[in-house]
Design a binder for this molecule. Structure first.
Ligand code: HEC
Length: 154
């Protein structure tokens, strides 16, 4: 008779194989109305945010292996829902303003980039200077929207 441990190991192995067949959406939809600040701001956004907050996701090899693939795809889907740099220009001014407000908040709190992401992407770990640069940029975007009369101030 097989030992219970062996049985459990076989069950896990079977489950892992079956999980590989769960469909995972790793598509990159078209970039339709990208926000392209250029310069260092764009470099930092690309290194630290755009894998989850744009339609230009670079899918790493481990995003092809379940169950990690399911988890990564979920992050990208949710990230794009909240703040997508590839479609930003098509959003209403109020929504853009709100997104920038959130950007400042998540940078201030250190919530973004997600820690699970910076573990595998050391280049995404923001220095204080980079964090401040992004916050300054987001504040500038909000001021620009206000100056255009698109939104009221706080
Ligand atoms: C590994 C994927 C990932 C990376 C990298 C990442 N985010 Fe996010 N982000 C998410 C997910 C998932 C959410 C939605 C869930 C949540 O709020 O935690 C989110 C939410 C947000 C929100 C909306 C917050 C809210 O409360 O509505 C903003 C703004 C944001 N991220 C900005 C950034 C910025 C700026 C960077 C880079 C400095 C970044 N994110 C990097 C995955 C990511």
């Amino acid at each position: 008779m097989k030992k219970p441990v062996t049985k459990a190991a076989i069950a896990v192995a079977v489950l892992l194989v079956v999980l590989q067949f769960v469909p995972v959406d790793r598509s990159n939809p078209p970039v339709t109305a990208a926000l392209t600040p250029g310069g260092e701001v764009e470099d930092v956004l690309r290194a630290a945010c755009m894998d989850c907050h744009s339609n230009e996701t670079v899918w790493p090899w481990y995003s092809r292996v379940a169950p990690v693939s399911i988890w990564v795809a979920r992050h990208v889907e949710e990230g794009r829902e909240h703040f997508n740099l590839s479609t930003y220009g098509a959003a209403e001014a109020r929504r853009q303003d709100h997104m920038m407000e959130e950007v400042i908040e998540v940078l201030e709190s250190g919530e973004m980039p997600l820690r699970s992401y910076t573990l595998g992407h050391p280049e995404a770990r923001l220095t204080d200077v980079q964090r401040e640069l992004l916050m300054e940029w987001a504040r500038g975007e909000r001021l620009r929207l206000q100056a255009e009369g698109a939104v009221g101030g706080d």
